[in-house]
Design a protein around this ligand. Structure first.
Ligand SMILES: O=C(O)[C@H](O)[C@@H](O)[C@H](O)[C@H](O)COP(=O)(O)O
Length: 248
């Protein structure tokens, strides 16, 4: 795949610093090219270190936060103050510490009872900010991957993998907490850039299959993330990359 880049780091710290430099580069290019930076965040533990770096020098002042719009690639159906909330994680580690206007933080209201309505509301919020009636093309979508190759809240063999109409949908997944809202494949195939952060030995086999195995997104959902017009950058730690034959 021509538009795929892979780098391997010896620690979460060096990986996160490379990720911070990459986010800044994409943000600056987006702002020069069209005046805004639209950035969808992932949940999970791996991006915490990146978020902390982006909220501190020498990184934070390299982004014009007035021109940034933050979204999420998925969210757990819990209140925003819950320890399980991906919104809360990003707020605590990054967004509460940087000068971004509150109106540019677009969280998924996944705690609402009517999850179809919450999904539709998020679709409309994305379309409003992007000024489109179609599929928004994010400047950057940050993603993680699980040991069975799930990404966002798209899990193996689930109907969400086949979704082509909706942009956001409710799902029930095997990783707790089970109820989630997630962006769907059309949105994950539309961005300019995708950045995957993947660490840990438990993911090594999935990494090998997703990167070097035959195409089988029903088994390995992360393979669905192949933007038609964009590129995908994978940052691994040594353990996650340990089964790859070609490490770059
Ligand atoms: O659970 C979530 O909120 C994310 O949707 C999920 O896709 C996550 O990014 C991966 O499971 C990796 O998680 P870790 O970074 O914790 O390994």
């Amino acid at each position: 795949m021509q538009n795929r880049h892979i780098s391997v780091y010896s620690s979460l710290d060096t990986l996160s610093q490379a990720a911070a430099r990459y986010v800044i580069q994409v943000a600056q290019e987006a702002i020069v090219s069209h005046g805004r930076f639209t950035f969808a965040l992932s949940g999970g533990n791996t991006p915490k270190a990146l978020f902390k770096l982006l909220a501190a020098e020498p990184y934070t002042s390299q982004i014009d936060w007035n021109l940034v719009d933050i979204f999420w690639s998925d969210e757990r159906c819990v209140p925003p103050e819950s320890e399980d909330s991906s919104y809360r994680l990003a707020m605590d580690t990054m967004l509460s510490k940087v000068p971004i206007p509150a109106s540019q933080i677009h969280r998924m209201h996944a705690e609402e009872k009517d999850r179809d309505a919450a999904s539709q509301a998020y679709t409309e919020e994305m379309r409003r900010v992007f000024g489109t009636s179609g599929t928004p093309a994010f400047d950057l979508i940050l993603l993680g991957m699980g040991p069975e190759a799930h990404t966002a809240s798209l899990f193996p063999h689930q109907p969400s993998l086949q979704e082509r109409e909706r942009l956001v949908m409710p799902v029930s997944v095997p990783k707790p907490p089970p109820a989630r809202l997630t962006l769907t494949p059309p949105v994950l195939q539309a961005p300019r850039h995708v950045l995957f952060l993947v660490t840990g030995q438990d993911k090594a086999e999935a990494v090998k299959e997703v990167i070097e195995g035959a195409r089988n997104p029903d088994e390995y959902p992360a393979q669905l993330v192949q933007p038609t017009q964009g590129d995908v950058t994978w940052l691994f730690d040594t353990a996650a990359a340990s089964q790859l034959t070609h490490k770059a």
